[in-house]
Design a protein around this ligand. Structure first.
Ligand code: AMO
Length: 442
């Protein structure tokens, strides 16, 4: 008999159907047993005799033949999408037996610490709230693609094995590449920029690698980077406008397609004013000083506390969870940044902050060959390491810019997760590649 999906049972009252799925929960009253069966579309209540359902264990996989019955009015469960019906079990085949569960999957929220949840990742994926995280993330990534395709951007695949480290040397994984030294890519930056000189508008959804030696709640060593780059810009504002358009598009899609998932986390998409506010680094630092007395006015970057404070300011003063911070110090940024002609000490380099943390970096890039070459030397890079990049600009390139968003951070801060690892299916950090690297592994 053809399989019926759980979500479709509500339209099949009076019919006999075959459902296939996992035993999510079980309430055994010996003569009568209630089972919640789970498939990819949701949960449904099954009622059957002890004889038929009594020996089932949680997470057993079954094929179940049953009669769809409307529930009496007072038995309707408004919490469940299939709460108006239940299935009277008629016949059962166990397709696969589950071992005893190491974690209690029946709770609305898994009540285990993060390391345990990740140690049992294959199992924890089955929990509806964990699935919701990755549904939201898939929509974020899909919306990123859709937004850029609608603006005529071409998707490309950036290489992961590279020969140079454009974003700075310290946070890079080395790779033995036959007889050569290679690296895992920290960013598709140079590739996306050079591709604009042929395709004008490009984007990529790529894994990037950062040898972050710290264990914070916001850092992974492998990140899903949403990169966009385009040229023929008249000013850096065009880059900001494009990024704002993409971010708004993402939020709209998440709202429309993930209402259920947002509700599970009691989450809302970020507050947006008519236009995302923009503030220069030094002005942001002055505001932070005025508001808190903390003097960070000569720092080259915003510390985590500063990011939180400037986000609080943007929310209170501008009615926005999002704020662009521009004009970081040219010398502290990679060689490709475009210095502000009005004050070249600071660059058209721009972070987007939201809910207290950086979601994205971007800006305008140098496009003039001689200026790029000069910076390559000043930044201490070897010409041959960036030869392909130089080639692109030697043969004519319009002004360009772009940005990159971290998919895990967006997911984390939309849903209000406590740790970015929750927003990565298979998080890599200093102590973990799928299971823990430490010797205390259980
Ligand atoms: P940046 O290094 O700021 O910019 O990275 C862009 C965005 O990627 C995410 N991200 C991370 N998320 C979690 N853990 C990490 N270790 C991590 N590192 C980065 C963040 C961050 O804002 N080439 C530039 C982009 C550009 O200018 O277009 C770059 O790589 O959300």
């Amino acid at each position: 008999m053809e399989r019926t999906l759980v979500k479709d049972t509500i339209n099949k009252v009076g019919q006999t159907v075959t459902l296939k799925g996992w035993v999510n929960t079980k309430r055994d009253h010996s003569k009568i047993v209630f089972v919640d069966l789970r498939d990819r579309t949701g949960l449904i209540q099954i009622v059957g005799t002890g004889e038929l359902l009594g020996s089932l264990k949680l997470e057993d996989v079954v094929s179940l033949k049953g009669l769809v019955k409307a529930r009496p009015e007072k038995m309707i469960n408004p919490e469940l999408a299939t709460g108006t019906v239940e299935i009277e079990a008629l016949d059962l085949t166990v397709l696969s037996h589950s071992a005893e569960l190491p974690i209690d999957m029946s709770k609305e929220t898994l009540e285990v610490e993060l390391p345990t949840l990740l140690d049992y990742r294959a199992l924890s994926f089955r929990h509806p709230k964990i699935q919701a995280i990755f549904k939201v993330q898939a929509v974020v990534i899909d919306a990123f693609r859709k937004a850029l395709m609608a603006k005529d951007f071409l998707e490309f695949q950036a290489p992961s094995i590279i020969n140079a480290v454009p974003e700075g040397g310290s946070e890079v994984f080395k790779v033995d590449y036959f007889d050569h030294q290679a690296y895992l890519s920290q960013s598709p930056q140079l590739y996306k920029s050079l591709l604009t000189t042929a395709f004008e508008r490009v984007f990529s959804v790529n894994q990037i690698f950062r040898a972050e030696p710290s264990a914070t709640t916001r850092h992974l060593t492998e990140v899903t980077s949403l990169d966009a780059e385009f040229n023929f810009i008249d000013s850096v504002e065009e880059v900001l406008d494009m990024e704002e358009y993409v971010v708004r598009f993402i939020f709209k899609e998440v709202e429309e397609r993930c209402a259920k998932e947002l509700a599970l986390f009691d989450a809302t998409t970020p507050l947006m004013s008519e236009k995302f506010p923009i503030i220069k680094l030094r002005d942001a630092q002055e505001i932070i000083f005025q508001r808190t007395g903390r003097d960070c006015r000569t720092e080259k970057d915003l510390a985590p506390d500063d990011e939180r404070e400037i986000c609080a300011w943007a929310k209170e003063e501008k009615g926005s969870d999002l704020v662009f911070v521009s004009h970081f110090l040219t010398k502290k940024k990679p060689f490709y940044v475009y210095p502000d002609p009005a004050n070249p000490e600071y660059a058209f380099s721009i972070d987007l902050l939201c809910r207290g943390v950086e979601w994205s970096s971007g800006g305008q890039r140098l496009h003039d060959y001689e200026s790029i070459l000069k910076n390559v030397h000043e930044w201490g890079l070897k010409e041959e390491e960036v030869a392909l990049y130089l080639q692109a600009f030697k043969f004519g390139s319009p002004p360009l810019g772009g940005f990159a968003l971290g998919a895990e951070r967006i997911t984390m801060y939309i849903l209000g997760l406590k740790n970015v690892r929750e927003a990565s299916m298979f998080p890599r950090d200093m102590e973990r590649i799928d299971v823990r690297l430490s010797t205390t592994k259980q």
